[in-house]
Design a protein around this ligand. Structure first.
Ligand code: BGC
Length: 375
């Protein structure tokens, strides 16, 4: 393991709560919670470097957290089946306390489906060749039923914005998660059938409603691009690297969102003025490495490395060309400097580095065709 990866892995392990949660940013006042989205990627990174126990503890934590809300979820699904309009205040939360409890009333938007899809995907990757503990299987079954019922409900996106929209990366995450769950839960035929049907419907919806001028777009009726669209290929594998719609999307993401310090989330971002997000630059490096473009991946990773703090920590974002000073000041006065270090940034660097090293060695770390870097 490269020394930098070793430090990143150590950081992630040290900031895992005793119950299994990965805290988003232990030093940032607003992020002392475990997000499913961040955690799904972190667990995947730790699986890549052989830290299976840590990933297993995370998956167990998620399963216990959602099973505490089992009755609520069944009630929501029944109401939906009876034709009721979904009550967004009662949907599963996007983050939990380290003890695995929903954390209401922090004034944050909460109804977001993408993290649940990413969790199922990450869990299925984790479980390849292993059988799932019963409690984790129960949690995954519940989440699968929930997503199969609510996949087309408009909700906040991966950036916790746009409550009444259909976001492409959210629909894609849900589709990939349900597809993965169908393979994982083969002992529950009715759940598997519902998961397969919803996975297909969600993906068809993306192709029919989230493609504008031959490019995937940020959300329905919004033709802009968003950096989370890279996830459609890496890691979700919903499209091939060479898929023409994806290739055009990737070119546009780089043209519209890549700045001297890395990748923006989207052009009109105002959170801390809209900086360059390290986890997205590293995610783009991961994709290029997987597609065999090693030099491009190395350049992007070098960009990320330049932004390590003196203690080796990787921030969430850094101001860059075009960052709006008014909004940077506004958020800094409101919440203090933006999150640093951010666990998810460290995880994405580990994944990109693993892919690059795998490419160098001409083989995948995990030996499965899906993780083979060179084509
Ligand atoms: C981001 C989310 C992320 C959360 C915790 C938010 O600011 O928009 O994507 O999951 O922070 O890291």
């Amino acid at each position: 393991m490269q020394p930098t990866i070793a430090a990143d892995v150590r950081f992630l392990l040290e900031h895992q709560a005793p119950g299994g949660a990965y805290l988003a940013s232990p030093s940032f006042s607003q992020y002392p919670f475990g997000w499913l989205r961040d955690g799904a990627f972190i667990a995947h990174a730790l699986d890549h470097v052989g830290e299976r126990e840590s990933a297993a503890a995370f998956h167990g934590w998620v399963a216990r957290a959602v099973m505490r809300l089992e009755d609520d979820v069944h009630a929501l699904i029944e109401a939906r089946a009876a034709g009721a309009v979904a009550d967004h205040e009662r949907m599963l939360p996007t983050r939990f306390t380290p003890e695995g409890h929903a954390e209401p009333g922090a004034g944050w938007p909460d109804f977001q489906l993408d993290g649940y899809g990413q969790w199922l995907w990450s869990l299925a990757e984790h479980a390849r060749g292993y059988s799932l503990p019963e409690d984790v299987r129960a949690g995954a079954t519940l989440v699968t039923q929930y997503l199969a019922a609510f996949w087309d409900e408009p909700c906040y996106d991966a950036w916790e914005e746009g409550r009444t929209q259909h976001h492409t990366a959210t629909l894609a995450s849900v589709s990939a998660g349900l597809r993965a769950a169908a393979g994982l839960l083969d002992s529950a035929p009715a759940v598997v059938a519902a998961a397969q049907a919803a996975a297909e419907s969600a993906w068809r919806f993306v192709l029919e409603r989230c493609v504008v001028d031959g490019c995937f777009c940020k959300s329905v009726r919004n033709p802009a691009v968003d950096a989370s669209l890279v996830w459609l290929a890496t890691p979700l594998r919903l499209v091939d690297d060479a898929d023409p719609i994806f290739e055009r999307t990737l070119a546009r993401v780089e043209l519209d969102l890549l700045r001297p310090d890395g990748l923006l989330r989207f052009q009109t971002d105002t959170f801390y003025g809209g900086g360059a997000w390290l986890l997205l630059s590293a995610g783009l490096a991961w994709h290029h490495a997987r597609a065999g473009r090693r030099e491009r991946a190395a350049e992007l990773l070098a960009l990320v490395e330049r932004q390590r703090g003196g203690d080796g920590g990787l921030p969430e974002q850094v101001p860059t060309e075009g960052t709006d000073p008014w909004f940077l000041d506004y958020w800094t006065r409101r919440w203090g400097p933006s999150a640093s270090p951010l666990s998810w940034s460290h995880a994405m660097v580990v994944l990109a580095r693993c892919e690059l090293d795998g490419a160098r060695a001409g083989r995948s770390r995990r030996g499965s065709p899906e993780h083979t870097a060179l084509r």
